[in-house]
Design a protein around this ligand. Sequence first.
Ligand code: PMV
Length: 289
Amino acid sequence: MATWSAPGKVFLFGEHAVVYGKPGVAMAIKPRVFVTVRKSKNPTHAKSPYIDECFKAMGVRGSVYVHSQLQSSSGLGSSAAVTVATLCAINDEYNLGHSRDAIADIAFNIEKKVQRGRASPTDTYVSATGGLVLITGSSKRRLPPQNLQLVVGNTLVSHSTSKMVEMVGAQRKRHPDIINPILDAIGAVTMTALHNISNPKELGRCMDINHALLEALGVGHPASSRLILAARTTGAYGAKITGAGGGGSIIALCPRRAKSRVAGAIESCEGRAIITSIDTEGARREKND
Ligand code: PMV
């Protein structure tokens, strides 16, 4: 029996613009998905196309138990974390010898297949390696970890990443002269944020600007706006949508002392709050006891 876990992720900056080759920054966060895999003659597991594809890709069969601290369809990378942790546990249980990078690649291909071509390598890479990651086109670079204090607010409005990506694509086709400069500006905000990564006030300001640009792209939602306003008025340095938008989750960068106040404000606006910070480990083996 082998148990592995893998973290969720948030986009700190640059979602949607990364689809068009602009830079984006994502970070692994503490909540995780735990997966136990056991060799068995009569394999059983919860119905999940991701888990089915993991066994197919690794060429074995077995039983699986999943325990998740991440809500699915909330924009926190739960499907990538399930896929990465399942592949790592299979790799371990059957001694297959795949490297972490190879597992991140296999996981990306599985996400792409299950999501019919619409997946970015960001979620699976960040979940496998942990930490802070700069994404530019197909390149991914781990950045030095930062002690960013975040509150994640889940709107509980489930969203579809592929629909939001499609919608932005359609807007861009219809109004290239408007949408392209917005995508360029998001790229510029990401670069400015990277230069100010250890200055939380500036970083918060960058988040606010990034959020306004995402609203301009049309991926806002009244529920995210409510949570963002609640976070800003209770002391966050800045707040924005994280991920595809149209519901899903928001993030607020907070002074340490304001975190629980911000979380309370999010909860009182009918959001689900998670107080969190960076996860630097990525996928890891858990003890079986
Ligand atoms: O909703 P999420 O967390 O899967 O993030 C999607 C991010 C996008 O930039 C909108 C799409 C992508 O593939 O990068």
